[in-house]
Write a protein that binds this ligand. Structure first.
Ligand SMILES: CC(C)(COP(=O)(O)OP(=O)(O)OC[C@H]1O[C@@H](n2cnc3c(N)ncnc32)[C@H](O)[C@@H]1OP(=O)(O)O)[C@@H](O)C(=O)NCCC(=O)NCCS
Length: 184
């Protein structure tokens, strides 16, 4: 993976987490989301084959999405990326609830929103790049996630890249808890 800082045009996100540029894994590129991305993210998130897998399945309005983005920009513990194949954005993923003292963060908001990009293991490469950044640049020791127990493609992907089922720290009906640990 290459971490570059040459992709920070004025107006792109500035957040209090350690500053970052784009992340790469092969032909998959992760870029911090910006205002220009949020309508595309909203449309992907509203797809029936995407929203059913999230905790909140509601379709968000454009206005609510803008409010979410303002709130998001102010959060020091939440970083979201678009996933691109080369130059073409096809999905998104995030690390949030980043707790530096505890060395822990939650992985989520993963979606491959462009149907043509599905089934190509793009999510594997994007997740690898994000975890490598979390364990490397952010110095995390654990990354956890919640996944719906019927979401077989997602569970298979998390399993492939080293997440393991763990006892859930709290009850969340219909969801499984998985965790990946940094290599010692
Ligand atoms: C889960 C998800 C991110 C996986 O992305 P991906 O990069 O397409 O994953 P893969 O390439 O590993 O493909 C996963 C499965 O999709 C299926 N698939 C293949 N081509 C597909 C296509 N064109 N359209 C839909 N599904 C397809 C296959 O069953 C494949 O599994 P297999 O090849 O291992 O048998 C994606 O399916 C998605 O965005 N799902 C909706 C949101 C979601 O579930 N997010 C995770 C919440 S925890």
């Amino acid at each position: 993976m290459i971490v570059s800082s040459d992709d920070h045009p004025e107006g792109r996100m500035r957040k209090p987490v350690p500053l970052y540029g784009s992340l790469r894994e092969g032909d998959v590129v992760l870029r911090p989301i910006s205002l220009q991305d949020i309508e595309m993210l909203r449309r992907w998130r509203a797809r029936d084959d995407v929203r059913v897998w999230f905790g909140d399945q509601n379709v968000v309005t454009a206005e609510a999405q803008r409010r979410w983005f303002e709130h998001y920009l102010a959060r020091p513990d939440d970083v979201m990326f678009t996933i691109a194949l080369g130059d073409v954005p096809v999905g998104a993923v995030a690390l949030y609830a980043i707790d530096f003292p505890a060395g822990d963060a939650e992985y989520g908001r993963l979606m491959i929103g462009e149907p043509a990009a599905r089934g190509k293991r793009v999510a594997d490469r994007a997740s690898e790049a994000l975890c490598a950044w979390g364990f490397g640049d952010l110095g995390l020791s654990r990354i956890h996630l919640w996944v719906r127990e019927e979401n077989r493609p997602a569970i298979a992907l998390y399993d492939r890249i080293g997440f393991e089922m763990r006892a859930a720290p709290s009850i969340r009906e219909g969801f499984l808890f998985m965790e990946r640990r940094a290599l010692p």
